[in-house]
Design a protein around this ligand. Structure first.
Ligand code: ZN
Length: 517
């Protein structure tokens, strides 16, 4: 970097401070990973204490006034650098994270964490007991705390905006609403047209198989995808996730289900998609905030790409189905066409995480709308269960028999603030299809390669266009660089139509017109 000596010195010092914050964050992830995989129950209390300590130290490190002083010195220098210089990007990103972290008092951070951990413990028993009443006062306090969090960022149009910005920088309720509105206007009729057709039989997937066989097949697939086992590993957990302790150690977790041949497989592909994004980040970004995926939406676009656009595609299974039949003898006589229909079965369901590619976003948008209403004071927590049922009735034509599969089903509102946690899932579906379309334009042979069981072309393109950059570009900058335009729902709607219309025999006149916001 072309900088005067004192600026170079400041840059070195800044990197050292950022490196410590980064490593503390990694230690926290390691403790959480252990808690979710191997830790015996007896370790819970001490682990809670250790996590709180690391959380406090991380907050101290990331709000160290010295970082602010160094940024003041470095910003005039960075302004002379090209916008896409690594140093300029690091300084911009550090400024954004530093300003955000220093606005929120440490005491508030501790209060929020403690409240969320109590609420989570209560949710673990309240959900199976269908007991919303016990959680209600806690959720009321969560909403209040979430609003107070937003108040640290004056000038927002909606109290949900600062929370959204944290995971999907640059997005706001005002920018998401038209996008989701247009998506919903297309998905509701699509789901209705599909579910009016006979439902494919997915009982052919409901067989038991030894856990080793389920895991073995998944590992074979993600090795072929390009997940690097010299810099990662897979372990078992209850709710699968990806985590990283450095760019050289990016782990995934999964679970197996007794009467389901593909659940572990698709969850493995999903988490591997997240992990390949992190493994693909430039090694020289290590130890800085650049060494992270740029937003939850972009992250989710990669898990969805590998799970759905690749893993549930016809070309993929043309190659892998014979191997699958070999691994699971019970499938020996089931034709590929039936299997393909079963893994792409669309049905209205009550539970988000069990839903399919077409209806999934309807679930997400219900939560997004409700959390915005809660934060904006247009919905009271006491009325939430009924508001939930009303939305499921109107969007999916279903009503949950109780709150277990209603307002209690997702852990999010009971383990963190209300707001900012859901939009990323749907942004991920939108962006996954948009990036994939750009990949196909640049490398038209990708589908033939996939049908031959090869993924280097797709993986290489994604690494070059998306992964290597980490957080160097904002989500919006990245989307424009990769696709040549802003985020758009059209590629995703085209993808769904082109896949599901032939599967379900839909007629062209059944397609809702795309109204682009
Ligand atoms: Zn994910």
């Amino acid at each position: 970097m072309d900088m005067p000596a004192n600026a170079l010195h400041s840059m070195t010092r800044l990197r050292a401070l950022l490196g410590e914050g980064y490593d503390l964050d990694m230690v926290r992830s390691l403790l959480q990973w252990d808690q979710a995989t191997y830790m015996p129950d007896g370790g819970a209390d001490a682990r809670g204490r250790q996590l709180a300590l690391i959380g406090r130290l991380t907050h101290e490190r990331t709000t160290d006034p010295e970082i602010g002083r160094l940024l003041d010195v470095l910003e005039p220098q960075a302004a002379k650098l090209p916008h896409d210089s690594d140093d300029a990007a690091l300084i911009r990103l550090t400024r954004r994270l530093y300003d955000r972290a220093t606005r929120v008092p440490a005491a508030f951070v501790a209060e929020m964490l403690e409240h969320c951990s109590t609420t989570y413990q209560a949710w673990v028993t309240a959900r199976p007991a269908n007991d919303f009443a016990t959680l209600r006062p806690m959720l009321e306090r969560t909403v209040e705390l979430s609003r107070r969090y937003a108040d640290f960022f004056p000038g927002h149009a909606s109290p949900a905006d600062p929370l959204i910005d944290q995971s999907d920088h640059g997005m706001t309720v005002a920018s998401i609403r038209p996008l989701f509105g247009a998506l919903r206007a297309n998905l509701v009729p699509l789901a209705a047209a599909i579910t009016a057709r006979p439902t494919p039989d997915d009982r052919i997937l409901q067989h038991s198989a030894p856990a080793e066989d389920q895991l073995g097949f998944g590992l074979e697939v993600i090795r072929r995808f390009g997940y690097d086992f010299t810099r990662g590993r897979q372990d078992l957990t209850h709710h699968p996730f990806m985590t990283k302790f450095s760019l050289g150690d990016v782990r995934i977790t999964t679970r197996t289900r007794e009467h389901d041949l593909v659940d572990a497989l698709f969850s493995t592909m999903h988490e591997a998609g997240h992990a390949m994004y992190e493994q693909g980040i430039r090694a020289d970004f290590e130890g800085t905030p650049l060494a992270n995926g740029t937003s939850s939406g972009v992250h989710e676009s990669q898990s969805r790409t590998w799970e759905n656009l690749v893993g549930r595609s016809r070309p993929f299974w043309e190659h892998f189905y014979p191997r699958f039949q070999q691994a699971f003898q019970v499938m020996a006589k089931v034709p590929l066409a039936d299997f393909y229909r079963a893994i792409n079965r669309v049905s209205r369901s009550l539970v988000r995480i069990e839903s399919d590619e077409v209806t999934y976003n309807l679930h997400v948008m219900i939560r997004f709308d409700l959390e915005v209403e809660l934060l904006e004071g247009r919905l009271a927590v006491k009325d939430l269960p009924e508001a939930w049922h009303a939305r499921y009735q109107s969007d999916l034509g279903l009503r949950a028999p109780d709150d277990r599969d209603g307002v209690l089903q997702d852990v999010h509102w009971y383990s963190g603030p209300v707001g900012g946690a859901f939009q990323g899932y749907t942004l991920g579906n939108i962006l996954g299809a948009q990036f994939f379309r750009a990949a196909l334009r640049a490398r038209p042979a990708i589908p033939q390669e996939i049908a031959a069981g090869r993924f280097d072309m797709l993986h290489g393109w994604l690494r070059e266009q998306v992964y290597q950059h980490g957080s160097k570009f904002t989500p919006d900058e990245l989307v424009r660089r990769v696709t040549g335009g802003p985020m758009s729902i059209e590629p995703y709607l085209d993808y769904l139509w082109e896949k599901y219309a032939p599967l379900y025999g839909l007629r062209a006149d059944e397609r809702a017109p795309v109204v682009v916001a």
